[in-house]
Design a protein around this ligand. Structure first.
Ligand code: FES
Ligand code: FES
Length: 188
């Protein structure tokens, strides 16, 4: 390596990091200033957490910390030691998608998809706490998530449809056939 090139390897002391991610316990050795986004992508391996702006303005990197949406690009991993972290990979139950994942696909809430993981985790938190949000509550919940593709109407429609699923039980959007995934565990 050239002596005129800045070294990219940190020489900070390593520290143990322990948390639960999507229901599994992880212990990793991290730098004391490691950003949660990097730990999740590079060490835990949850590549569904997307790096968009890397400065807190797009929402692509959103995850749930103990059920509350946070921007992982602005969160020190050290701050969330011993927490319960949920990424987009943790929204489904086995092979069954969360209702908002199903309705994103059905309503066109996802197009290029880069913003989608952030929307999904934020909306899942909204629906967990309020299965019947009105339009203002939906828009308020997703105001920190940017999408350049959908124009947002399909995303709002997706939330409305997911809400119908969660509040009407085991029905699909036509109200006729049983869903493969009623996801009762997502309704408080
Ligand atoms: S990557 Fe975190 S807000 Fe954009
Ligand atoms: S689907 Fe492309 S940015 Fe949202």
């Amino acid at each position: 390596m050239s002596q005129y090139r800045l070294p990219m390897i940190s020489n900070l002391d390593k520290t143990p990091w322990k948390s639960t991610v999507n229901g599994k316990s992880f212990v990793h050795s991290i730098d004391s200033n490691s950003i949660l986004l990097d730990v999740l992508r590079d060490q835990v391996g949850t590549l569904g957490v997307k790096r968009g702006c890397d400065m807190g303005t797009c929402g692509c990197c959103a995850v749930l910390i103990d059920g509350v949406p946070k921007l992982s690009c602005l969160t020190l991993a050290q701050e969330v030691q011993e927490t319960d972290i949920t990424t987009v990979e943790g929204l489904s139950e086995g092979h069954h998608l969360h209702p908002i994942q199903e309705t994103f696909a059905e309503c066109g809430g996802s197009q290029c998809g880069f913003c989608t993981p952030g929307f999904l985790v934020v909306i899942s938190a909204l629906l967990n706490n309020n299965p019947s949000p009105d339009d203002d509550e939906i828009k308020n919940a997703i105001e920190g998530n940017l999408c350049r593709c959908t124009g947002y109407q399909q995303i709002v429609d997706s939330v409305r449809s997911a809400s119908k699923i969660l509040t009407s039980g085991n029905e699909n959007l036509n109200g006729t056939e049983p869903l493969s995934n009623p996801n009762p565990g997502f309704v408080k």
